[in-house]
Structures are given as C-alpha cells and as structure tokens.
Design a binder for this molecule. Structure first.
Ligand SMILES: [Zn+2]
Length: 142
C-alpha cells in the first residue's frame, strides 16, 4: 500500500490514479518513441533550414539583383563622371537626373539583396540551433 500525497488516502501499489481525489500517482514520462519523433523532427527541420538558407543566396532573383546592382553602379559612375566634365549646365543637369535614377535603382537592389541575406542568415542560425538541440537530445539519451 502507498499513500496519496494529495489526500493521504491509502491506495494499492499498482494504482495509477488515486480513487479518492483523482491525482496521478506515477510520474508520467513521455514514451521513448516521442523522443525519437522529436529528434527526427529536429533533424528534418535543421536540414530544411540549411537548404532554405543556401537557396536564399543561390536563387536566380538574388543573382539578378546582385548583377543589376553592379551594372547600375558602373552606369552611375559613367553618368557622374560625364556630368562632372560637362560644361553645358543643361546637359550636366540631365546627366545628374539620370544618375539619380540609377541611385534609386541601386537602393532598391540593395533592399532586395538585404532581404535575401537576412532570411538566409536567420534560417542558417535556426538550422544550427535545431541541429544543436538534436545533438543535445541524443547525448541526454545516452
Ligand atoms: Zn488522493
């Protein structure tokens, strides 16, 4: 016989629940297969995050923005130099207006590039975290 810690009722050794107050008496450890499911989920999540992280800076859109930005930078330099060496004020202003348009495009490209890089960093960090959790889980088990 054992005694319920909740209501001090005497209960049989095999009982899981106190018949008087309904308290669970055995510490309910999660079954082992749950451990395995969590572990597998962490591994899958880690791999998925890593692939997603790599894809963020390996896709065609990201490459396009990078190339577009470097082309814009070149053209912007050409236009700025042309404006600087131009004697006619009207032409100089026209060059500057064009150069400003390139600045806007560069700014836009920078924002897009930043989005891809930030999501790449976040998913890589998440992937590493999941992997570390999985490693921790497997070392606790042993
Ligand atoms: Zn009880």
């Amino acid at each position: 016989m054992k005694i319920c810690p909740e209501c001090s009722f005497e209960i049989e050794e095999q009982a899981d629940v106190c018949p008087k107050c309904g308290r669970f008496l055995k510490s309910r450890k999660p079954p082992k297969y749950i451990h395995k499911i969590v572990y597998c989920f962490l591994i899958i999540a880690a791999v998925f995050c890593q692939i997603f992280g790599i894809y963020q800076i390996a896709n065609d859109d990201y490459k396009y923005y990078c190339e577009h930005r470097s082309e814009c930078l070149k053209d912007h330099d050409v236009l700025s130099n042309a404006a600087m060496s131009e004697k006619s004020e009207n032409l100089r202003n026209a060059y500057f207006i064009f150069a400003e348009r390139y600045e806007d495009m560069i700014e836009y490209d920078n924002k897009e590039i930043e989005k891809y890089r930030i999501s790449s960093i976040i998913s890589t960090v998440l992937g590493v975290t999941f992997m570390l959790l999985a490693v921790k889980l497997i070392t606790i088990k042993k």
